[in-house]
Design a protein around this ligand. Structure first.
Ligand code: SME
Length: 150
């Protein structure tokens, strides 16, 4: 499991090309994230000055716009750190895009102290995400930072 997770970061490093549009890179990264086991949704929310909006993803249709103070995504945006939710039904204000999602992890991509995007992954089982997933997503967020430099 850990071994395949390490190779995921390697594959992401190999596939991204900062000379291509952001959407192009994130689309392929979402496909690679989707190779993780026991997940039912993975993708990105991007930020503008007013809200979070849906970026490239794999999975069911999802909410297009999330206010900065709503849901696990809004909470992560404000905390500026990874949030793991073992049981989404116990998270006050969780936004349920799919009734299949039971647990969730969200990691911010931060450039110059500004949250540029969130990596969001949902799982169809309770308590799916732990310290090694946090470590993996934070490593991936670090790799993806270069796509957001202006
Ligand atoms: N559950 C998220 C909303 C996005 S979906 O999981 C794709 C939230 O509470 O912010």
């Amino acid at each position: 499991m850990i071994k395949s997770m390490k190779s995921l970061t390697r594959q992401i490093k190999a596939i991204i090309d900062k000379d291509l549009p952001l959407i192009t890179n994130l689309s392929n990264v979402s496909a690679l994230l989707n190779t993780l086991e026991d997940i039912n949704w993975c993708g990105f929310y991007l930020t503008n000055k007013d809200y979070l909006y849906l970026g490239p993803f794999q999975g069911e249709v999802a909410c297009t716009i999330i206010p900065f103070d709503k849901g696990v995504c809004g909470y992560t945006y404000q905390k500026k750190e990874t949030v793991i939710v073992p049981n989404v039904n116990e998270f006050k204000g969780h936004i349920a895009c799919s009734s299949k999602s039971k647990s969730e992890i969200v990691t911010p991509i931060i450039v110059n102290n500004e949250v540029k995007a969130l990596i969001d992954i949902d799982a169809p089982i309770l308590d799916r995400f732990h310290a090694e997933d946090k470590e993996l997503l934070e490593e991936i967020a670090e790799v993806l930072k270069e796509l957001f430099y202006e």
